[in-house]
Design a protein around this ligand. Sequence first.
Ligand code: IRN
Ligand code: FE2
Length: 614
Amino acid sequence: DAQKLAKQQRVDIAARGSKQRDKAHIRKTKSVHFENQFGSYDLEVPYTEIKLSDTPGVGPNPPFIDYNTEGPKCDPKEGLKPLRLDWIRDRGDIEEYEGRRRNLGDDGKRAIKRGRATKEWRGRKHQPMRAKDHPVTQMWYARHGIITPEMKYVAERENCDVELVRSELAAGRAVMPCNINHPEAEPMIIGSAFLTKLNANMGNSAVTSSIDEEVEKLTWATKWGADTVMDLSTGNDIHTTREWILRNSPVPIGTVPMYQALEKVEDDASKLSWELFRDTVIEQCEQGVDYMTIHAGVLLRFVPLTANRVTGIVSRGGSIMAEWCLQHHQESFLYTHFDELCDIFAKYDVAFSLGDGLRPGSLADANDAAQLAELMTLGELTQRAWAKDVQVMIEGPGHIPFDTVRMNIEMEKAICKDAPFYTLGPLTTDTAPGYDHITSAIGGVEIARYGTAMLCYVTPKEHLGLPNKDDVKQGVIAYKIACHAADIAKHHPHAQDRDLAISKARFEFRWLDQFNLSYDPDTAIAFHDETLPAEPAKMAHFCSMCGPKFCSMAISQNIRKQFGGAAAQEQLVQDTLAGKIPSAQEARGALATSAASSTNADDIAAGMAEMSRK
Ligand code: IRN
Ligand code: FE2
């Protein structure tokens, strides 16, 4: 029955589709020529064009240009074009070699046998690349004064100077997750100097979902605006699922390699070892994972600090490591082998997302000794990674009261020397399961406003179950709102342009433009059509909220028509206040210039006379 229900839900979403959005949001690219010491390139930089209609009697409105995360269309069985391949090869600092798994590997074959992966994927070869003699990270290039095509591409997307991109990367204040084995990805940057980014988590678990569904969810998430996607699969066919996702992903892909490592030891944490973990990491580096959550700040001596917590350790990766440390009476191998991990990451340009394994899982546990002890350790690890030119971001909470949100980003900045912060919301109350996209988007705006670079979305299913497609959309849209509100509060250049465009459309009753400029045109139009489905209503100067007589915007427009512009209105007010217009009768008389007569004119004039008396 649960399966039937899930299927029905999928059908509902498919039926709802994304028709309005797809009609109006057109992905385009602009060609940008770029040369550096390694070659000459024509970069095809993507953007979204939102077509707008004319303002009656005034003229056309230019299309609105937006950041695009969607990626080009492709056949999922073929995968995307490897757009960065030449850029990577031209630098002459990599070698191609026989990877650990040249094809799908064992779980891939199992998947094919079960009919869960198609035959086309069986022969897919994957020849990985790695650094020959120096780190191939964007941080290394940035620190050596080299401007890469990736940096130029990002500067075009962000509408900023390429030197800003280079210097932020060099200083570690921004990361560009772009594994050389994921050449399909369109370069993007995460840092507080740039647009706030959002990550969408997905992935199967032992209980639900198939590979095709995961790829579909990925496409779905990037369509609505996810800047990166984390594949958190823990169920069957982890390797194969990830292969499908990577080859189809225009955005950086993150993972928590510990999940796959645990699967390899049949979920028995005590059997984990550094060697097994390292091999899992290399397997994922070769596949093209762009950033990895590594819970290396969960130290043996911090575990007791969680013993009296209300909700203990809520991080999956964190709890696995804590269990391992206690069972083995040993320091975490993630910590003791951290430098080796850095060397591996430097070979492929994988970025660290240093995990918050001890993040608070309830307001009661917020900002406690365990959380702070871990953060201090992450600060130390950041320095060690930077010493090897490896990119780093820092994961943050969790559940924390709103008034301590700002303190959390300030502490992170101080302790981790401005490495980009990447937070899970934070949720500002524990009381609303089913609505945690809201409880957390509230914290998200606040923490991003003060400099958090990327927000990890939380869906309405948080604490309740695996998100379906609709939950993914709800989560992404909630976080689009949070990121955008934060960018406006940060006075990020042009952040408010879209608000201006949609407000003008709203005031001018350009309904379709209003729908199309919204983050979710399909919901906007569906809500509108619920009460006024007829086509002419899309031009009407009112909606069903206030009806034709009481529409404030229509009245405002009437005021302008009757009383003229600001100067004329100001004159009228001055006259009124000076007592020159003592009655409604006379007030109306003063409106000699008024063109159209309106039922509202009486009321307005009466109101002004009343004001004058007072
Ligand atoms: C983000 C910030 N803090 C945690 N996250 C995300 O939580 C992280 O990026 C990853 O997607 C997930 C890891 O969960 P566990 O293993 O810490 O529970
Ligand atoms: Fe939680």
